[in-house]
Design a protein around this ligand. Sequence first.
Ligand code: AKG
Ligand code: FE2
Length: 199
Amino acid sequence: MQPSLFNPGKISLPQAELDYRTDFLSQAKADALLLCFRQSLNWRQDSIKLYGKVVKIPRLQAWYGDADCTYRYSGLTMTPLPWTEELWELKQRCEQACGHRFNSVLANWYRDGNDSMGWHADSESELGDNPVIASVSLGACRNLDFRHIHSNEKYRIALAHGSLLIMQGATQQYWQHAIAKTRRVSDGRINLTFRYIKA
Ligand SMILES: O=C(O)CCC(=O)C(=O)O
Ligand SMILES: [Fe+2]
């Protein structure tokens, strides 16, 4: 769990490749994008079936990408909306930072500490083996918790405004992640996970 000398953002966890960059966006850029995305993305609150009951997921979501990128997420089939100018620009920045192409983005808006995301891995078949996922955080700082599916080892990252977390290698095979509810946060947070979906 030591930052490496060569890459200060690298997090050393077994069977994971995580790179956390707090200086990805300037404060001004992150502020502007938070405002822009909150107002202009097509937010919706989807429902999922849980033990036979239809329940609203505890956050708002929006899905953008290339036209051929349909995606199943927690039992929902999502068809992407066309890229906005700001999302396209942010996608390009992520591609440069990761050295990897993306063709879609899932946006999540946690309105306050009561919104959350349960334990899961981004391991849908459309993502292929060992996907590279670029996760940009804007707004309130929220904890992203990781747990190893065999050893139950835990690791927590407080995802800051304007930061980039790159998840790649075997991370999604061996680790789940979640955003827990918290009483300490009353402000909103937007997270964008850029992905490459195979047609
Ligand atoms: O909000 C976050 O930081 C996590 C989002 C996430 O895990 C996902 O979109 O799959
Ligand atoms: Fe995820």
